[in-house]
Design a protein around this ligand. Structure first.
Ligand SMILES: Nc1ncnc2c1ncn2[C@@H]1O[C@H](CO)[C@@H](O)[C@H]1OP(=O)(O)O
Ligand SMILES: [Mg+2]
Ligand SMILES: [Mg+2]
Length: 280
């Protein structure tokens, strides 16, 4: 039977590649940096330009589809995930890396119907790695099948996470408290790639056993969540329940055993949800 979303997925791959060209070209220019929620939450004109490029191309080809994009939400658009076909876009995941030319920068495009991710595309543009997944059909990197690591002993694992974009001492203490507990399990190592989407693709590729973070947004993880699960991995809330992509909390792991072991060590908290009404 023909796949009704194949056209949309082909479009996502093509537009992610075009977006990647724009990102690579912009790396050669001066990168003017602006800030959003804090002095370390960065945005550039390239984030905005790439989001416009992706959104316009989706509107032209699929005019009935809905869109959620990081920079549009930052500009005041609502972040509501309905049952309608919805494209969930992070034009540059890893803007801090982009600003510093640290080579993990991704374009992330997820597509959801009935609140279920149907396909995910993460293009790591400086590595030229195109990660794709279609629900029920596996995950791939540049056409090669992805499979999570089979390591079930957390003591033999590498765990990825990020430090987030708050530098408030209490928030940083929370993050370091969880990180310390996990490091001292002990694990082989802890890594931060600087991009939530790429951290999750590293889980899908079997290079790290798990990634966890509190504070991510739906556009950081929508596409990569399917790439992880189609590579045989599991997704979980940081308290051990089912994952909720609007909750800003995630554990993505190669196995239930490692995901659950991580949830035992995380000092959890709940940032305002992505679909919370705006605060005035
Ligand atoms: N200073 C910072 N350090 C790390 N991640 C940051 C950050 N500011 C924003 N983020 C965002 O938070 C996500 C999870 O850490 C990252 O993928 C990144 O997405 P962004 O580049 O699209 O903003
Ligand atoms: Mg992001
Ligand atoms: Mg971004």
């Amino acid at each position: 039977m023909a796949d009704i979303w194949q056209d949309a997925m082909d479009h996502a791959v093509a537009i992610a590649r075009r977006a990647g060209d724009v990102v690579r070209e912009a790396l050669l220019d001066d990168r003017m940096v602006m800030t959003k929620t804090s002095s370390v939450d960065l945005v550039t004109q390239t984030d905005q330009k790439v989001e416009k490029l992706i959104m316009q191309s989706v509107k032209d080809k699929f005019p009935t589809h809905r869109l959620i994009g990081e920079e549009s939400v930052a500009a005041g658009e609502a972040c509501d995930l309905s049952d309608a076909p919805t494209w969930i876009i992070d034009p540059i995941d890893g803007t801090t890396n982009f600003v510093h030319a640290f080579p993990f920068v991704a374009v992330s495009i997820g597509f959801s119907v009935n609140k279920q991710i149907e396909f995910g595309v993460v293009y790591s543009c400086l590595e030229d790695k195109m990660f794709t997944a279609r629900r029920g059909k596996g995950a791939f990197c540049n056409g090669n099948v992805l499979q999570v690591s089979d390591q079930e002993d957390i003591r033999q694992s590498i765990i990825a996470t990020e430090f987030g974009s708050s530098r408030e001492p209490e928030a940083v203490n929370n993050i370091f408290s969880s990180l310390r507990s996990i490091l001292c399990i002990p694990v082989h190592g802890v890594r931060t790639a600087g991009s939530a989407a790429i951290n999750m693709c590293l889980v899908a590729s079997g290079c790290v056993e798990a990634y966890y973070e509190i504070g991510i947004h739906v556009w950081d993880v929508a596409a990569a969540s399917l790439i992880v699960s189609e590579a045989g991995g599991v997704l979980m809330d940081v308290d051990g329940g089912s994952v909720d992509l609007m909750s800003r909390r995630i554990v993505a792991a190669n196995s239930r055993a490692i995901a659950e072991r991580i949830t035992e060590e995380i000092r959890s908290f709940s940032p305002p949800r992505d679909d919370a009404p705006p605060q005035h």
